[in-house]
Design a protein around this ligand. Structure first.
Ligand code: NAG
Ligand code: NAG
Ligand code: NAG
Length: 353
């Protein structure tokens, strides 16, 4: 009798734990929490002494109210669209933006910094926020969230939030291929392994701080950015094949890392969000997606300008950015961001919806 009670109790406990696991796995995403570079920075760099800024016109000209927030875009970023797709706000605000407070950040926040990378040497180039400090800001955010929501509600938010990591392009283009330091230390393959080690540590740390649902972003076809094409004179301003191949190889390694970490860490729900092929399709066949121009950007001459060189006084800036795949020489337009977001929501992120 005694033992059958014990057995029943144990069975109920197991059932209860099982239900908790199911409920946790299916719980709605209460917040979007973002780490990365200019692809997902909504204005953190406005508070950092760096030239990697975009808080002036014509940036943001198609944003709500035409405000140049510090997003490297004419409008919204992919993470803004993802937040909306999850039934949250249409914008993910920057943690350092004084216009927002913890009541906003409780449903979405980005710690991203334009110009940064996995590698500390990358963030050093333009004096922006290194990835490890983005995680320090996240710890600070956790404290503020607990104070604001109370422990239980805060833990629920932090556990069920969708974490998005979008970073890595600058490690290659702004650092490895632009300065000799890393090239003298690493072959490009070895440099990828170095970056993967940092990515792995970052995810392990994020998990140990409570994150469960994490999206690791792949690299875009970075050889097709107008800035890189403009330098490819020998090949008629075609995409830089070398850079696209590096992006594909690195993405394959990121994908392997995702598979490995899911096996190693119980409870982790890590997915790989790959923007490479959808972007390459848009770039090579723009008219199929409603675009007219993909080889040049909208801003100024569309070949090299970004940040301060993408200035309002340029007479060349296009009038309708919706027809362009790229907004400045390094960053997609809002229309492209919308399509990439729709793609990753339908693919990698669909399990979290
Ligand atoms: C956040 O800001 C809003 C107005 O912008 C204000 O109403 C609210 O009290 C603030 N919340 C906190 C927790 O500071
Ligand atoms: C980057 O810098 C931080 C702070 O100095 C340090 O803790 C970390 O180990 C560095 N990362 C690498 C990969 O060297
Ligand atoms: C801008 O271009 C898009 C796509 O071609 C078109 O749908 C839209 O009407 C244009 N907007 C203006 C103001 O001309």
């Amino acid at each position: 009798m005694e033992s059958s009670h014990t057995l029943l109790a144990a069975a109920l406990l197991r059932l209860h734990l099982f239900l908790i696991i199911i409920v946790t796995a299916r719980a709605k995403v209460p917040a979007i929490i973002v780490f990365g570079d200019s692809s997902v920075d909504a204005g953190n760099n406005n508070q950092v002494p760096t030239i990697a800024r975009s808080n002036f016109r014509p940036y943001g000209r198609d944003f709500d109210g035409g405000k140049p927030t510090g997003r490297f875009c004419n409008g919204r970023l992919a993470t803004d669209f993802i937040s909306e797709a999850f039934g949250l706000r249409p914008l993910v605000p920057a943690y350092l933006d004084p216009a927002y407070n913890i009541s906003d950040f409780a449903v979405g926040v980005t710690f991203a910094s334009a110009g940064t990378g996995y590698d500390n040497a990358t963030s050093d180039v333009l004096g922006v926020i290194p990835l490890w400090r983005e995680l320090e800001y996240y710890k600070d955010y956790q404290r503020r969230l607990r104070a604001y929501l109370g422990d239980w509600k805060a833990i629920d938010t932090l556990t069920n939030a969708l974490y998005i990591i979008s970073i890595g392009t600058n490690d290659f283009l702004e650092n490895y291929y632009s300065f000799p330091l890393r090239r003298t230390q690493y072959t490009v393959g070895a440099y990828q392994e170095f970056l993967l080690g940092i990515a792995r540590n970052f995810i392990v740390n994020l998990h140990s701080l409570g994150a469960r649902k994490i999206s690791l972003g792949g690299l875009p076809p970075m050889g097709c950015m107008p800035l890189e094409r403009a330098q490819n004179l020998a090949n008629g301003n075609d995409c830089m094949e070398t850079y696209n191949i590096v992006a594909m190889r690195f993405n394959a390694k990121l994908y392997d890392l995702v598979m490995k970490l899911n096996k190693e860490i119980p409870g982790l729900q890590l997915v790989f969000s790959n923007p490479f092929y959808i972007l390459l399709q848009i770039i090579t066949n723009p008219s199929l997606y409603g675009f007219e121009v993909s080889e040049r950007a909208c801003c100024a001459t569309g070949t090299f300008e970004m940040g301060y060189t993408c200035s309002e006084i340029s007479l060349f800036t296009c009038t309708n950015a919706t027809k362009y795949v790229f907004w400045d020489a390094f960053h997609p337009t809002q229309q492209t961001n919308r399509m990439v977001a729709e793609h990753v929501v339908k693919t990698a992120l669909s399990n979290f919806l």
